[in-house]
Design a protein around this ligand. Sequence first.
Ligand code: GLY
Length: 272
Amino acid sequence: ILAAGGESLDAAVAAVRVLEDDPTFDAGLGSFLNAAGEVELDAAVMSSTGMRAGAVAGVKRIRNPVEVARQLLLEGDAVLLVADGAEEFARESGLPLCAPTELHLAREVRRFHELRENGTDPLASFGPLPGDTVGAVAVDDRGEVTVAVSTGGRPLKPKGRVGDSPIIGAGLVAEEGLGAVCCTGWGEGILRISMARMALDRLAELPPETACQAAVQALYTKVGGRGGVIAATPRGEVAFAFNTPRMAVGYRTALMEEGIVRVESSPTLITS
Ligand code: GLY
């Protein structure tokens, strides 16, 4: 989309939509089930231009919640809609609804039963599990930066629990002149430290990679949290950092013939 001169909004949403449709990840199809055995999804989109934003939380009948967040950003009557209200907005906007069970992947139903029956602490199990929140940041040739994010939250989360992902300043943020940031990881910790805003503010004074590392370091030192962050600046710089055992990242800049996708396994150093 970007190589064809398209907008960062369309590019970021398209990337996240692919990840929502891929059952590998904890977003859209493939999401973890909550303590009630349901899939409840959160997603958000934010553009640096005018700091426009749209977000949905706790939706059960939407395969691609990032598309609903995008529509909300474009229509602009609210920033965040939850549950039935978000689904009603999607229906009125002509976006498709699905049966809640269409989002229940057999792998995740098995995981739900194993976690529940073995009495495993859902927070303790969060770290080693594959998947987690997906996000994308994109910069277009007009310098607009957009971030999109989508998640099923954490396994066995309480019914109605909302994580960092649809909360501006926690799971994502974008601002003209600074760039865009997206977080993944332990939502409760990310919420408490307003991690995305912290990383974005650091982008004003530090190289992008150092800014990302500072936010991850703060997640650990302030609340003992694990997670990751990706960032892009209006100049087209990209950066990421994480303190989980691994994080999958991919990127392509205008100077690259092909994109890079890989699983990184060198976490940001934790010094305290
Ligand atoms: N980082 C996603 C969540 O905790 O919901």
